[in-house]
Design a protein around this ligand. Structure first.
Ligand code: ADP
Ligand code: MG
Length: 652
């Protein structure tokens, strides 16, 4: 421990008084709520999700969702659930006020959707809320108005049983957030997603949805299959293959689509864990692995998978909007899911038939065909057998790729399937090591491509090495030069480099593009779609590959080499907003605007740490530009300081 010398205190006595005046304060509730709202409420769809989930938690059997202007002017949810008492109807708007858990331990036995007790407080902080609620046993109910966390009115009223929440003028007191909202089409799409997720998870509840006065869905109480069909049209029925599995650690039911109905986009893929919609790239991979060899290039199966796991084996709390879950035993889950999907596809005679059509290209990810170094990596699981070899028959039917490809296997091989007894669990782990390796390899590939594209300049390494460079404040790069030193603004410099690169690629039509493993489906408003259509040619010249341009979405199967998948939607949104005021007439200025916008989106930002190599590349790249001294937006990219200037400063 460091001993502070007495002299220190004496020296600092003068400061004592100043130091004693404390400056920390607790934030007033309405401010705290507004801050929390930033996490909970991103857009109208977040309100839809929270209100629907509350209605489900309240035990409702009938839930109505009413939307106006994509939720921007109204989101209303009416339920016939248990309602609230007078006291509760005020308390529910307090932060951390919940009826769903009492003790920390309760978190491990959750059976409700909500538990954080912050949704209503957050919503009430940033909107005009009107609530009406009555408990079954009471004759009269409570009606309450709250605006920006302020209680405006509270009355006793004659009301139907249950609760109705109207949320109007979302973000009325945070104009920045309101302006940030997307077009009605986009916001409406998000709302539909949330509605469908809740409706799919609860087929035993009657849901209706209205938008601007017209009925969009009317979903009677039913079972899972009917619910799916009611949401996604009658044609869906013939596409579905049921999945059923029950083991100690997980119960699985649901449906996957027959491979011949696979789609180009990832629209209809749903996982539910204990009735809660979740996203999981890992489990998605398990399903894709089950379809191995059955799907045409880049196509996507639909799936609706309902998992039931003991609540104490999951952690829902890792994401504020709770769509991600942590499982205790993810590896086992992966293996079980994969084998049960595979089993069903086999049982329904889907697998062996298609097996003969197997396209050998499927063994190689498209973007990497012909790229020597990565070729062998994707022989995914030729030897993989999740069950070791406990019984020959089992081993045969589950030996994945190898059993498929080794000459015409008949459909019967699947009839030898036996359910795994808990006692043979160990065998599941036998294959896991390989399994995880497979996955790591795939990640490696993606990573590798990111490295290539994400590095500052993927042109050949520039040989000529500048003298040492130093990055300061993650903002400037300083490098000594003959006359003194140069200070470069990293963001502007990178903008310049990318801008010239894009412009060259577009004008000489030499852009290369990287193919995506899974085409991306992005939603846009009709105005945005029009813009994209007009810009299509120029965008293709940068390296974009459009598979489809629909009324409200585009499917992208290839990206410019400098662009990663995670960047693309931001990039396009930026581009569309940059070009909102009209597309330039001449193709040159069209290219110019696109190159500018893309350079702006993709350039390393202030605050990004750069390795020495990256700094060097940036400096070299900048000075290789035609116009290195200004950014595409005419801001200086660097300044120099001569030794004499420094001398002068020291001369004082
Ligand atoms: P959480 O759902 O995490 O508990 P909320 O802020 O969403 O937090 O809701 C707070 C409380 O208000 C809930 O715990 C519940 O007791 C009550 N509540 C909310 N919505 C309803 C509803 N539709 N019907 C009955 N009670 C409700
Ligand atoms: Mg809630």
């Amino acid at each position: 421990m460091k001993v502070v010398p007495e002299a220190f205190f004496r020296r600092n006595e003068a400061n004592q008084i100043h130091r004693m005046s404390s400056i920390i304060q607790l934030l007033p509730d309405h401010v705290a709520n507004q801050i929390a709202a930033g996490e909970v409420v991103q857009r109208p769809a977040s309100v839809v999700k929270e209100l629907l989930e509350n209605a489900v938690d309240a035990g409702a059997t009938d839930i109505k969702l009413i939307i106006k202007d994509a939720g921007k002017s109204l989101v209303q949810v009416i339920d016939n659930g248990k309602g609230m008492s007078v006291t509760d109807s005020r308390l529910c708007f307090e932060r951390h006020a919940t009826s769903k858990i009492r003790l920390a331990e309760d978190l491990f036995s959750l059976s409700t959707k909500g538990f954080r007790g912050e949704a209503l407080a957050s919503i009430a902080a940033i909107a005009h809320v009107e609530m009406k609620t009555r408990q079954d046993q009471e004759e009269l109910g409570t009606q309450l108005v709250i605006e920006g966390s302020k209680f405006i009115a509270q009355d006793v009223a004659v009301l139907p049983k249950g609760t109705s929440f109207s949320v109007k003028n979302l973000f009325f007191n945070i104009p920045a957030r309101r302006n940030f909202l997307k077009s009605d089409t986009v916001e409406h799409r998000h709302i539909l997603d949330e509605f469908q997720r809740v409706a799919l998870a609860h087929p035993n509840i009657h849901f209706t949805m209205y938008h601007n006065g017209s009925e969009m869905f009317n979903l009677p109480q039913s079972n899972f299959r009917q619910r799916i069909v009611n949401i996604f049209s009658g044609k869906t029925n013939e596409k579905l293959v049921p999945i059923q599995e029950s083991t100690e650690i997980v119960g699985i039911q649901g449906f996957v689509s027959k491979p011949e109905f696979a789609k180009k986009n990832r629209g209809e893929q749903f996982f539910f864990v204990n009735d809660r919609f979740i996203k999981s790239g890992y489990l998605h991979h398990a399903i894709m692995a089950a379809y191995e060899g059955l799907l045409k290039d880049g196509s996507q199966p639909s799936y609706f998978i309902y998992l039931n796991v003991p609540p104490n084996t999951i952690d829902i709390n890792i994401h504020p909007t709770k769509t991600e879950i942590k499982f205790d035993d993810e590896h086992a889950l992966y293996a079980i899911l994969r084998s049960s999907v595979k089993h069903s596809l086999g049982q329904f005679n889907v697998a062996p038939v298609l097996d003969f059509d197997r396209d050998s290209n499927l063994d190689t990810p498209y973007g990497y065909e012909g790229k020597e170094a990565s070729m062998p990596i994707i022989q995914v699981d030729a030897n993989f057998n999740p069950f070791g070899n406990p019984e020959p028959s089992l081993a045969k039917s589950y030996s994945g790729g190898s059993s498929y490809s080794s000459s015409g296997n008949s459909g019967n091989s699947f009839s030898s399937y036996k359910k795994q007894e808990p006692s043979s669990w160990e065998s599941l782990y036998v294959g896991l090591k390989q399994d995880t390796e497979t996955i790591t390899q795939i990640e490696d590939i993606e990573f590798e491509s990111e490295e290539v594209t994400g590095s500052l300049f993927n042109d050949k390494e520039i040989e000529e090495v500048v003298h040492r460079t130093y990055q300061i404040h993650k903002k400037y790069i300083v490098s000594p030069i003959k006359s003194g030193m140069v200070i470069i603004d990293q963001q502007r410099a990178h903008q310049r480099v990318l801008y010239e690169q894009f412009l060259t690629n577009m004008t000489v039509h030499q852009a290369s593009s990287q193919q995506l493993l899974f085409p991306l489906n992005l939603y846009f408003s009709s105005t945005e779609i029009n813009l994209i259509t007009e810009l299509q040619l120029s965008l293709i010249n940068t390296g974009f590959v459009f598979e489809e341009i629909n009324d409200d979405s585009v499917v992208i199967s290839g990206l410019p080499v400098n662009v990663t998948e995670s960047e693309v939607s931001i990039l396009l949104e930026q581009l569309l907003s940059d070009l909102q005021d009209g597309i330039p007439e001449s193709s040159f200025s069209q290219n110019d605007s696109i190159a500018k916008s893309m350079a702006k989106s993709l350039a390393v930002k202030t605050g990004t740490y750069l390795t020495e190599k990256e700094q060097e590349n940036l400096v070299n790249g900048l000075f290789a530009c035609k116009e290195p001294n200004v950014s595409p937006f005419h801001k200086p990219t660097f300044i120099t300081m001569r030794v004499e200037d420094l001398d002068k400063k020291f001369a004082v």
